[in-house]
Ligand binder design. Structure first.
Ligand code: NAD
Length: 539
């Protein structure tokens, strides 16, 4: 049995982008260059890069009249060819020695953190409207971390072996799944786009990748990085365009063997149903991994400190315009500290600047697209018209230049108000004030208010209350934070995912996720096989 050294991954340091720093001038220069040019993004099928006639424009959400490129729309034939091509390279890729596969993705991580750092960060600022810090922690750091930590998990998994029996050697071979993996990814994290195909590929699988229309700008950079790192053509094929058409073809293929999805709950349920309906055409029972929506909470105990609670609420609720699956959107505050805490939150929120991501003073920029803008505006309109709540800050929306929505704070007297229950996916938080003496009962309300169970935070200086809440909210969140905001998971430190309507909780950025992309085979060798059928007890 080959002894495998465990690879020790380290988190990519987050750069500061302080005034006068080299990284800041690199980003400014790259931004100007990329924002004022155009890129045409092809389909990636094997070694072919196909620019189709059918194209869609790429428009920065904060400046939606400036076309920065186009992406290609795949037709039925393209998708079929992409799968055919995936399957053609399957054998050579899965037979490649694991250490060579690891080397490719480690090289990709180095390219992300060095040569391509400014480009992929700026791509995320332009294409997904993240401010510099949000782009840095996603596209540069989290992506590099996923690639490196996955290598570490692979070495741990391959080392997990059964014991030998008397006269027998037992080996678990961590085979990739037969067939191909279909990876469908969201707009909101460049790193998730890259990781959902890279993690399965690292384990020896071939992957058909369908990125979000609103992440295509950085999807291209990811494919270029993989290619430069030496990933053989066809291991990851990228097809963009109509998600329904592409999914229909992928999910009705007999060799479809796994779905690696991140996105909304509704879409995931649709895909799961399609897989269920097609179950008899597949060779294998497909693996289904989906990380989906959230309605994430911050619960402040009466002992909570005002400043840290206010910071958790503002950062948790408004960073990346509330478009993180982990963003705080329902806040529970005890009456005794409500005046002071709410005033502090409003006072600080007033200081938030919003605009283009290239102005480094801006904490917030635009929301991702017209539909998101409409959806969020409709929630705000609903709140404005409701007798059950008051908007105490924000509430204005303007899509004339970009899709800008003010950070918005709602207070409701109804703990089950619509905006306390549904995922808005925008910069809108709703506060409910509770009676201090009922804080324990309130935890039942926290648990039962929404169908989701992704992230949550409990802010308290009281050890007993922390212990109580940690137990009481055991199924309310897959990532539970004490005295922090409920977002900002770091690969290797806070494996990420939730249950209920929030997903299959296979914890992206952990060994658990990689285990879904292997089908272990036990190989048992008997050294001196028995030569007689009778057992001793028969004598
Ligand atoms: P989305 O569901 O609209 O899109 C996700 C992907 O599914 C995209 O590639 C999209 O093109 C595709 N898609 C859309 N409609 C489809 C259909 N009918 N059939 C097949 N595929 C389809 O989500 P989004 O707006 O890109 O991302 C936001 C959502 O993702 C939020 O709900 C958020 O909570 C969730 N999210 C969850 C996590 C997590 O780890 N739990 C992380 C990021 C985002």
């Amino acid at each position: 049995m080959e002894q495998i050294k465990i690879y020790q991954a380290k988190n990519e340091p987050v750069l500061s982008y302080m005034k006068g720093s080299k990284e800041r001038s690199d980003v400014e220069e790259t931004y100007n260059q990329m924002f004022n040019s155009r890129v045409d993004i092809p389909l990636y099928i094997g070694s072919e890069k196909i620019l189709t006639n059918d194209r869609k424009n790429i428009l920065p959400p904060h400046d939606h009249k400036n076309v920065v490129g186009t992406y290609s729309v795949a037709n039925k034939k393209h998708v079929e060819n992409a799968i055919k091509n995936n399957l053609k390279v399957k054998e050579s890729w899965s037979n490649m020695h694991w250490s060579e596969r690891c080397d490719i993705f480690l090289k990709a991580a180095d390219l992300v953190s060095k040569k391509y750092r400014a480009k992929i960060t700026v791509g995320t600022m332009i294409g997904q409207s993240k401010n510099i810090f949000q782009a840095e922690i996603d596209a540069a750091c989290e992506f590099a971390d996923f690639l490196r930590f996955n290598v570490s998990y692979l070495t741990e998994i391959y080392n997990e072996q059964p014991i030998d029996g008397p006269g027998k050697t037992n080996i678990l071979e961590y085979r990739p799944l037969e067939g191909f993996i279909y990876s469908v990814t969201p707009f909101n994290f460049t790193a998730i786009g890259g990781n959902l195909c890279a993690s399965a590929a690292l384990m020896g699988n071939v992957v058909l990748w369908k990125p979000s229309d609103n992440q295509m700008y950085t999807a291209k950079i990811i494919m270029d990085i993989f290619e430069e790192a030496g990933l053989p053509p066809g291991v990851i094929n990228l097809v963009s365009g109509d998600p329904i058409l592409i999914s229909e073809i992928a999910l009705s293929h007999p060799e479809f063997s796994g779905l690696h999805f991140t996105g909304s709950t509704t879409v995931f349920k649709e895909l799961w149903k399609k897989i269920g309906n097609n179950i008899s055409i597949y060779r294998d029972y497909p693996r289904i991994v989906g990380e989906t929506g959230g309605k994430d909470f911050i619960f402040c105990h009466p002992s909570a400190k005002i400043d840290s609670a206010a910071t958790a609420i503002i950062r948790g609720g408004f960073e990346y315009q509330g478009q993180k699956c982990s963003a705080a959107s329902r806040i529970y505050i005890p009456k005794s500290i409500s005046d002071e805490l709410i005033s502090k939150v409003v006072e600080e929120t007033k200081k938030i600047k919003m605009g283009s991501p290239i102005d480094f003073n801006n904490f917030m920029t635009a929301v991702i697209h017209k539909d998101a803008f409409k959806r969020i505006s409709n929630y705000i309109k609903y709140a404005k018209e409701s007798n059950d709540c008051d908007i105490i800050y924000g509430g204005n929306c303007d899509d004339s230049v970009g899709y800008f929505v003010e950070p918005t704070i709602i207070i409701t007297k109804n703990a089950k108000f619509k905006t306390m229950q549904e995922e808005i996916f925008g910069p809108v938080i709703t506060i409910f004030i509770y009676d201090d003496s009922k804080w324990k009962e309130m935890l039942n309300t926290v648990d039962s208010t929404s169908e989701y169970a992704l992230t949550g935070a409990f802010i308290s200086e009281d050890k007993n209350s922390i212990d109580y809440a940690t137990r009481k909210l055991v199924y309310s969140a897959g990532n539970f934070y004490i005295n922090d905001k409920c977002s900002g998971a770091v690969v290797g430190q806070q494996p990420f995912g939730g249950s209920r309507a929030s997903g299959t909780d296979d914890k992206a950025g952990s060994k658990l996720n990689l285990l879904r992309w292997v089908s272990p085979r036990l190989i048992s060798t008997t050294h001196n096989p028995p030569t007689e059928f009778k057992y001793q007890y028969m004598d």
